[in-house]
Design a protein around this ligand. Structure first.
Ligand code: DLL
Length: 435
């Protein structure tokens, strides 16, 4: 196991600003370990490496990583729930999960060492954001299987902050807690932070009048326009945090407050590549393509060349020596992020096809009402299916239970939904996107 030093509680961990050759040397040492660990303990990796005719001992330089095969959500799905673990299940102290492309979630496991590493990189993220030990950190990311809440929680607690585990929802109460506890830091999805700002105004309080100093916003795409709005509304510095469950959760990368020029990737733990989404070829720094991660220190569930589906670019370091990522511009798949929940149209496809009263034709309309994004599922019941209102109510309840989001349902007459000759167009985006 490669060693990493836990952060002492404050200040910068020196590796973040180490000379680049030192960072590369550490990455190579850790990558050798990670590939060997995955190969020795996860049958899927052994099979994939063998098929590609590569062995962990073939990695002599960081560039050799290109010879190793990619992985994706498909491997996680096919080995659901614990087949990607590299340690006996008894050593896994926690699991998290996020939406898969079909009904099954993708499961991630953490050993004690993984949880320590996660808290460690989250503390770096807090330092980058301008948080200080002793600050009151209000965590309004969801707690539970989603990594947002607990990731921020343990990172901030170990950093020496006073953590308020508010979780998401009950917005009037969030406002009360933020005011009464004199919060310094708000962690939330940017869309929810805007909802909280509106609730302040509804209660006749100027959100800029609070003690809030820093906002750490992420888990979904947002824009410079939203940053300006949030900074203005709360009178804060707003920084971008990136992550994905398969890699660790929130805190894979975090923007530095002094530059606000894209999240710095904690690349001594997560090795980034940008590849052409079609050919898989590695692209030079600065070019836009699909972000791919190889974990360097993860024990329970190493990921090797994991395709995130996020489209962005890698940029040289500015506030730190480590590289930054540009804003996530798009995804290569059709995943939607609705109020922080990852949603795939294929999940709806499954529910529609299971329902005997429905034809297979449906469209998801993504709309924005006020601050909140939502989905209307437009369904086409069979002619003899009966009462549309009852069908709609039942479908909405199934979606709530199985996908975990509230949706509106609109049942339309037969032959209303446009048929397409090629790939069905399942999503109609009615949101007006800010750039
Ligand atoms: O969203 C982890 C997280 C928690 C990140 C808290 C930040 C803060 P998942 O639910 O697995 O994990 O979703 C991962 O969300 O592949 C991106 O498409 C998207 N995403 C996450 N952060 C950002 C961001 C968490 N800052 C997926 N900007 C990723 C744009 C983001 N997209």
């Amino acid at each position: 196991m490669p060693k990493f030093e836990p952060v002492a509680g404050r200040g910068l961990h020196t590796i973040e600003n180490a000379p680049i050759p030192e960072i590369r040397a550490l990455q190579l040492e850790r990558m050798k370990w990670s590939l060997a660990h995955a190969y020795a303990h996860v049958p899927v990796y052994r099979q994939l490496f063998d098929q590609a005719g590569v062995h962990p001992s073939d990695l002599r330089s960081l560039d050799d990583l290109q010879r190793f095969p990619f992985t994706s959500k498909a491997e996680l799905r096919d080995n659901y729930p614990f087949g990607m673990f590299a340690v006996p299940r008894e050593q896994v102290l926690r699991v998290h999960a996020s939406s898969g492309t079909t009904g099954k979630p993708t499961v991630v496991g953490y050993t004690q060492s993984d949880l320590d590493m996660w808290s460690h990189v989250f503390q770096r993220s807090l330092v980058a954001a301008g948080v200080r030990p002793g600050d009151v950190v209000h965590v309004a990311y969801g707690y539970g299987l989603f990594t947002g809440g607990l990731g921020a929680h343990y990172g901030a607690e170990q950093f020496g902050c006073t953590v308020v585990p508010a979780s998401v929802g009950q917005t009037a109460r969030q406002v009360q807690l933020l005011v009464d506890f004199d919060a310094d830091v708000l962690c939330a999805t940017p869309s929810y932070a805007l909802v909280v700002a509106d609730e302040f105004r509804n209660q006749g309080i100027d959100p800029a009048s609070t003690s809030l100093r820093v906002g750490i916003f992420g888990a979904e795409p947002w824009s410079e326009a939203m940053r300006a709005e949030l900074e203005d509304a709360f009178g804060i510095d707003a920084v971008d945090i990136y992550g994905l469950s398969e890699v660790i959760g929130g805190g894979v990368a975090n923007e530095c407050v002094e530059t606000k020029d894209g999240p710095t990737i904690w690349e001594d733990h997560f090795y980034p590549e940008i590849v052409d989404p079609d050919s898989g070829e590695v692209l030079p720094e600065g070019e836009t393509g699909e972000l791919v991660f190889t974990s360097l220190t993860k024990v329970a569930m190493p990921v090797i060349r994991y395709r995130t589906r996020d489209i962005c670019s890698l940029q040289p370091g500015t506030a730190r020596s480590m590289r930054r990522m540009g804003r996530v511009a798009a995804r290569t798949d059709d995943m939607l992020i609705i109020r922080g929940v990852n949603v795939f149209p294929s999940q709806f496809e499954e529910l529609v096809s299971e329902n005997p009263g429905l034809t297979p034709h449906f469209v998801l309309e993504v709309h924005q009402r006020g601050r909140l994004e939502g989905i209307t599922a437009v369904l086409e019941p069979k002619p003899d299916a009966g009462d549309h209102e009852a069908i709609a109510a039942e479908f909405a309840s199934t979606v709530r239970q199985r996908i975990g989001i509230a949706v509106d349902v609109n049942c339309v007459a037969p032959e209303t939904i446009e048929r397409s000759a090629g790939k069905a167009v399942r999503v109609r985006d009615l949101r007006s996107r800010q750039s």
